[in-house]
Ligand binder design. Structure first.
Ligand code: B12
Ligand code: SF4
Length: 479
């Protein structure tokens, strides 16, 4: 069986952890399987959507860029085309799926979609005519089970984690199975890095930061509940389905993570690592043990993300001694009450400032995440964010324009307040059938989505320019 993963690349690194995880799991369990990956630039597709092709609903006049993608797919001739989807990319990906499934094309591949967007907006994705199956939650076992049953020509409609579309003369039926059990992370194979090499991406291109390094994950899930983050929606979903939220937040054993680092050093001559966990320091004992063994056996630079509340002196020393070069910490906004009330992030400005100061004192670079264009945010509040950045003096900032993510508290708040411009009778939850996707015509994170009285879109765009300047001139270490 031939499985094609579509790697939808936006302005970030080209490595995709979901593809790496799924391809590795398939290869481990079905040695004869052939997995392929096709790289698609999100910007190319957005240009098509926003350009002339948008006016042509029949997709007859489809752009050359999509045609090129299609001819690549035809060359590979896959049995399954797998899409891993983040919300901002759904509109672009749905155009590719429409093109693949355009009547008259001789492509019989099954379209399977997974990732955060199908998990949180399943009705929205499954209702697309071209989509055959979606995966909700973690995909390793559901996807393997599907492939094995297809190979053996067995019924595949009852696999946990999958929603399956059954078409017949009498109409279309969607079979909705339960969420799968969270995986035991120590039993999973290491991410498949070979599939990237085979598609023309070298390991030097994997890195997210100026430090460089091999992407890794030491766990999944985060115990916090920030109002803008999909981690909270996923926790809620797993809890509601009988899997305890806590059970979903997992760390690999220290030995297992160290063994993968050793493997990457031996096989790829890896010289540094990037931990892509949403929150590296969920367990301080784990961090201590990890740092001790890592120092002894690996002793190479790495980066990770940590909540400021967890960045105590002892943890910072452990991390620094083990080779940590840069800590990623969420600041989000400068106004403490706004941060607490709207974002459900209860740390004070004092705690943030202390974490930044102490990290600097032990010699770590500090990367601060911030957002602008949040609901009810005023120009004054954004000025406070800028002032606070000058106070805590991060070495690097990463800023983004706020886009509400379906399933989050702030998404629902924006809809209730009318900031997302959806008609009142269409105000449904992302899990309902008549949910309306609010991202039409909004290229990924390039324009403000909210229309709100506290600040105009033009003002937000002017602030974006200020942040670009700050990023370039103020808060950036030499590369
Ligand atoms: C590391 C990370 C990044 C990295 C790498 C992303 C990557 N694609 O590998 C970088 C910095 C590049 C990044 C970029 C972006 N990210 Co990010 N990122 C994360 C983070 C911290 C961890 C993700 C991760 O590595 N998970 C591990 C993998 C193995 O898990 P997974 O992706 O969920 O995949 C599993 C299942 O979903 C399922 N599955 C996934 N795809 C498929 C496909 C099929 C066919 C099947 C069957 C199953 C399946 O099976 C997988 C294995 O179990 C999460 C935070 C979080 N709370 O998780 C945010 C998060 C995923 N990112 C998010 C977003 C929005 C983005 C961006 C769109 C932001 C932007 N400014 O453009 C880009 C998109 C980049 C891209 N093209 O993929 C959101 C997604 C929300 C949403 N509703 O879509 C999250 C949840 C954070 C948040 N704000 O809430 N991100
Ligand atoms: S701490 Fe980070 S990963 Fe955890 S819920 Fe908040 S924003 Fe999401």
């Amino acid at each position: 069986m031939r499985i094609l993963f579509m790697n939808h690349i936006s302005n970030g690194p080209v490595f995709n952890s979901a593809i790496a995880a799924l391809s590795a799991f398939l290869k481990k369990n079905i040695p004869s399987i052939k997995t392929f990956m096709l790289n698609v630039r999100a910007e190319d597709i957005e240009d098509v959507i926003l350009g002339d092709a948008k006016n042509d609903n029949t997709v007859n006049n489809i752009s050359q860029k999509i045609e090129n993608i299609l001819s690549e797919i035809i060359k590979i001739s896959p049995d399954i085309i797998a899409f891993s989807i983040h919300t901002p990319h759904w509109e672009g990906i749905s155009s590719i799926i429409s093109a693949i499934k355009k009547p008259g094309r001789t492509m019989n591949a099954m379209i399977v979609c997974g990732g955060y967007h199908p998990t949180l907006c399943p009705e929205e994705v499954i209702k697309h005519n071209g989509v055959d199956i979606i995966c909700i939650g973690e995909g390793e076992r559901p996807f393997l089970d599907l492939v094995q049953r297809l190979e053996n020509r067995k019924n595949y409609t009852d696999i946990d984690g999958l929603w399956v579309k059954k078409r017949s003369l009498f109409g279309t039926k969607i079979i909705k199975n339960n969420l799968p059990e969270p995986e035991n992370l120590d039993e999973l194979p290491y991410w498949d890095r070979e599939i990237f090499a085979e598609s023309g991406i070298s390991s030097e291109q994997f890195s997210l930061t100026h430090i460089g390094g091999f992407p890794m994950a030491s766990g999944r899930g985060c115990p916090y509940n920030c109002n803008f983050c999909n981690n909270s929606s996923i926790l809620k979903m797993y809890s509601a389905n009988g899997h305890k939220g806590k059970h979903y937040v997992r760390k690999r054993s220290v030995e297992n993570v160290i063994a993968e680092c050793q493997f990457l050093v031996e096989k790829y001559n890896a010289q540094s690592f990037e931990f892509w966990d949403e929150m590296f320091a969920t367990d301080s004992e784990w961090v201590k043990t990890f740092c001790e063994i890592y120092t002894e056996k690996i002793n190479k630079p790495f980066i990770c993300a940590i909540r400021v509340e967890r960045a105590d002196k002892i943890t910072l020393h452990h991390l620094r001694d083990a080779g940590c070069k840069c800590l990623f910490m969420g600041v989000e906004v400068g106004n403490e009450s706004y941060r607490k009330k709207y974002l459900n992030r209860n740390m004070s400005n004092e705690v943030i400032a202390k974490a930044f100061e102490e990290a600097k004192a032990v010699g770590l670079e500090r990367f601060a995440w911030v957002m602008i264009g949040l609901p009810d945010e005023t120009p004054q509040l954004i000025e406070e964010t800028i002032s606070f950045l000058f106070e805590i003096k991060p070495d690097i900032i990463g800023w983004s324009l706020f886009h509400p993510l379906p399933g989050t508290y702030l998404y629902n708040y924006c809809i209730e307040k009318g900031y997302l411009q959806i008609e009142k009778d269409k105000l449904h939850s992302s899990l309902e059938e008549n949910f309306v996707f609010p991202y039409q015509n909004a290229p990924t994170y390039k324009v403000p989505l909210l229309k709100q009285p506290s600040i105009s879109k033009e003002e937000v765009i002017t602030f974006c320019d200020r942040f670009r300047e700050l990023e370039q001139n103020g808060f950036r270490v030499n590369r």
